[in-house]
Design a protein around this ligand. Structure first.
Ligand SMILES: NC(=O)c1ccc[n+]([C@@H]2O[C@H](COP(=O)([O-])OP(=O)(O)OC[C@H]3O[C@@H](n4cnc5c(N)ncnc54)[C@H](O)[C@@H]3O)[C@@H](O)[C@H]2O)c1
Length: 378
């Protein structure tokens, strides 16, 4: 068993949504050891949470600055190697930039930054640093999503002519109608979230899912947003027409006000030979549709699946694995990269995916603001 990789976590405190997903995922394949953190901007909360996790307090730092300073004083053999950035969006850029400069490997939550310009600056710094970087578009870690990618790559669908990705949630309904509640949510604050709420938070997952599975690149977008109230500057719902080529088109439909919806991400990919349909809330069923044959259902853990898909399954077929396992697969890929082992480029989303995601977010905002016009991605 290789030595565990020392992991540090920034953000992701006891009050956070995403922290538990990363902490559990990091443990699942026995690759990491959580040794240090700044779980919260509040030092008392930070220490209390570390104690609840039974972590010694020596490497629970007051803030990010101290985290870096103190870790850099340690010999390399003791220093944290991989840092997970799980803070609200506006902190990703400054943290990742500093971490690259100091030679840390970085796992960062999406969206990469709050602007394309910052994303490009980060891309440059990462290139210079040469360390490992992964962006946690969690859903790419599902075995059946990986299976779609591999089968599409080997031509199972033929030429793709239509992609429909939907990501519907309803949680913003619980805060948006009350001004006080609305202003207490960082996702609705452009200073903290960036220029978009719906596209920045979930539309970008849908966009990444489209490019990850099809291998195609979105060329241009035309969007129409709903802000629900005149004084609200953040989009809460949007439909984005997508051009992938002259004869390949698609649509990203995303909403945070889709009443009653939970985490409804789903993708349908239609090709000349066959089609795929997959839903995040039922991640272990992948449907292969055809005009001439009955629908086939692919499931994880069977030998008919690709190597990339099988690498993401730990138990025999029929033992359902879920979102924690999907994130764990991303952590597993990062561990291979950090150890200099061979890995498939589908094992974790990269800096390029992060930059493209920011490009998508800004292009959809520009399209809506420009009066629903076509905007090219770079
Ligand atoms: N991959 C996914 O599917 C997914 C899902 C949810 C959230 N996210 C992303 O994860 C990030 C965090 O989202 P969340 O929902 O967990 O947010 P959250 O508001 O629930 O939690 C944020 C955490 O960061 C901590 N924090 C804030 N400022 C800090 C600072 N300066 N130093 C250290 N800690 C600080 C807070 O104390 C809190 O624990 C966002 O970028 C979000 O887009 C990704």
């Amino acid at each position: 068993m290789p030595k565990k990789i020392r992991l540090g976590i920034l953000g992701g405190g006891g009050d956070s949504l995403i922290g538990i997903l990363h902490r559990v995922a990091a443990q699942i394949n026995d690759n990491y050891e959580l040794v240090g953190a700044v779980f919260s901007s509040n030092f008392e909360k930070n220490k209390a949470f570390a104690q609840a996790l039974n972590m010694p307090l020596e490497r629970i730092y007051e803030d990010f600055k101290m985290f870096v300073e103190e870790e850099m004083k340690l010999p390399e053999s003791e220093r944290i190697r991989v840092c997970a950035v799980l803070t609200p969006n506006y902190l990703h850029h400054q943290m990742a930039l500093e971490l690259f400069e100091k030679g840390f490997h970085v796992i960062c939550e999406k969206p990469l930054t709050t602007s394309l310009e910052k994303a490009k600056a980060l891309q440059k710094a990462h290139k210079k640093a040469g360390t490992v970087f992964a962006l946690t578009h969690t859903y790419t870690g599902y075995p059946m999503v990986r299976q779609m990618r591999e089968m599409i790559k080997s031509g199972a669908l033929g030429k793709i002519h239509k992609v429909d990705v939907v990501y519907y949630q309803g949680w913003v309904n619980t805060v948006i109608h009350d001004e006080d509640k609305r202003s207490s949510v960082w996702r609705l604050d452009p200073e903290k979230a960036g220029i978009s709420s719906c596209m920045g938070d979930i539309g970008v997952h849908a966009f990444n899912m489209l490019e990850y599975t099809t291998g195609l690149k979105v060329k241009s977008v035309l969007s129409d947003f709903n802000f629900l109230y005149q004084d609200n500057t953040m989009d809460l719902d949007g439909t984005v027409l997508i051009r992938l080529g002259d004869y390949a088109k698609g649509v990203v439909r995303a909403s945070q006000i889709a009443t009653g919806e939970e985490n409804g991400l789903a993708i349908s990919i239609y090709g000349e030979k066959a089609a795929f349909r997959w839903e995040q809330e039922k991640p272990n069923f992948l449907y292969l549709l055809s005009d001439s044959l009955p629908t086939q259902v692919y499931k994880p853990g069977h030998t008919y699946n690709s190597e990339l898909s099988l690498d993401g399954t730990k138990l025999p077929a029929g033992h359902p694995e879920g979102i924690f396992d999907a994130m764990a697969n991303i952590y597993k890929g990062v561990a291979k990269a950090v150890r200099g082992q061979k890995y498939n480029d589908g094992e974790f989303p990269t800096m390029l995916d992060g930059v493209r995601g920011m490009n998508f977010i800004e292009a959809t905002v520009a399209s809506h603001r420009g009066g629903n016009v076509w905007v090219d991605l770079e």
